[in-house]
Design a protein around this ligand. Structure first.
Ligand SMILES: [Zn+2]
Length: 413
């Protein structure tokens, strides 16, 4: 049994009305927009205060390499702001604090030498306004609620209820999260967000996960993440890359339109809207495909070894880059790793310099003639030592499996 954190993104449909016909309070567009504004206001005002304070210290000759920004000082400043700006009371209290928490995190990231993050900047810069705020679920004040007509609505604390749409599966998870008697799912917080003029609620939930029981014998599998194909398994099975030509053509088309028109013009805006739409289609399609493949692998395997291949270096290669960027092997690998961990399946990543393609899986001798990008076109080869005929990717997958088993100290079952 494991606790898994998961984000569920659902589309919400706020309207202009403040209350519905039965007099129930609605989280309408006005309230949501004003919460976006309040979030940015608090974030920016706090940041401006810190920057001014820093400048003041500098003027007086203090060396201010690092300004400590913590919760208690931020909280004090928030009190001052609330005293001066009464409109802040309209916001939900946890979302007010969240703005400052995000700022503190931004500073922590900036001070972290491993992260190489930029100094925090204002949220209300031209073109890049951030449209989001977060409500922490205290006392079940974020939940799915039936309205007076018996329809499920999202209740967003103080803001009110709002209509939403999601899949049956997610709907059910959210209902369980809203039920205080059901301990298996908990809603931690919700982020309300606007992207391309569409509103979303992203629920962060904590789910107690019970791995599925094993049916039938499971396989140990080595996976070669190929360029021509998404994956080749050590048992010879091949998973093709997804065909994304239609989506790509549309994206390129609207990108061209945007290049040929004045930013801000009607043509430009329309092209941008359609570009976003097609990107979203592409991402959804790809995600869906990867989820299905990952599900298939996880259901049928007891041990998974993959090579953490040099995917980044492929990206710089002109001929390969196009198909790789549309198909995201890194995403696929991450999904697979996460799922294997959830289901208690041993998952081993082989270091990227292990020459899995060059070693003969039969006699273990290395054949350097097929290494390097210039030899990527060689799909089949014969081992010069033991004369076994190899399929390039399958041979690699078998080597990956063997190496993986060697790492964890077992052998093929
Ligand atoms: Zn050989």
């Amino acid at each position: 049994m494991k606790v898994v954190n998961k984000a569920i993104k659902v589309r919400i449909y706020p309207t202009k009305a403040d209350r519905n016909d039965d007099g129930e309070k609605k989280a309408n567009i006005g309230k949501i927009e004003s919460n976006f504004g309040i979030y940015r206001f608090i974030y920016d005002e706090t940041l401006i205060f810190i920057n001014n304070f820093k400048n003041l210290l500098l003027q007086y000759g203090y060396n201010v390499e690092k300004i400590i920004v913590n919760h208690s000082s931020c909280n004090l400043f928030l009190k001052m702001l609330r005293h001066d700006f009464k409109f802040l009371e309209k916001a939900e209290s946890s979302s007010r604090q969240q703005a400052q928490k995000d700022l503190i995190n931004a500073f922590n990231r900036y001070y972290n030498p491993n992260l190489n993050s930029e100094y925090p900047i204002l949220k209300t810069r031209k073109n890049t306004k951030k449209f989001s705020f977060r409500i922490i679920n205290n006392n079940n004040n974020v939940r799915i609620n039936k309205d007076k007509n018996g329809f499920d609505k999202i209740k967003l604390a103080k803001l009110g209820i709002v209509k939403f749409k999601t899949s049956k599966k997610y709907h059910e998870i959210l209902l369980r999260g809203s039920d205080t008697n059901d301990e298996s799912v908990k809603i931690k917080h919700v982020t309300v967000k606007k992207e391309n003029n569409i509103y979303y609620a992203i629920f962060n939930i904590e789910k107690i996960h019970v791995p599925e029981t094993i049916i039938g014998p499971k396989q140990q599998v080595g996976i070669d993440i190929g360029c021509g194909k998404l994956a080749v398994f050590s048992n010879g099975q091949e998973i093709p890359n997804l065909d994304l030509t239609r989506e790509t053509d549309q994206i390129i088309k609207y990108q061209k339109t945007m290049n040929n028109h004045q930013p801000g013009s009607i043509r430009y805006q329309e092209a941008q809207r359609l570009l976003n739409k097609w990107w979203k289609k592409l991402l959804n399609k790809r995600n869906d495909y990867y989820n299905k493949i990952v599900h298939y692998i996880v259901k049928n395997s007891s041990f998974v070894a993959v090579q953490n291949e040099n995917i980044i270096s492929w990206k710089t290669d002109k001929d390969l880059s196009h198909s790789i960027q549309l198909n995201a092997p890194r995403d696929f690998l991450n999904k697979l790793e996460q799922k294997c961990k959830q289901e208690n399946i041993t998952f081993v990543k082989i270091y990227k310099y292990y020459p899995s393609t060059q070693i003969c899986s039969k006699c273990q001798k290395r054949n350097k003639k097929i290494s390097g990008k210039q030899n990527l076109h060689i799909r089949n080869w014969e081992c010069p030592h033991c004369h076994t005929h190899h399929h390039r990717d399958r041979n690699a997958a078998i080597n990956i499996l063997n190496k993986g088993l060697q790492i964890v100290g077992t052998t093929v079952q």
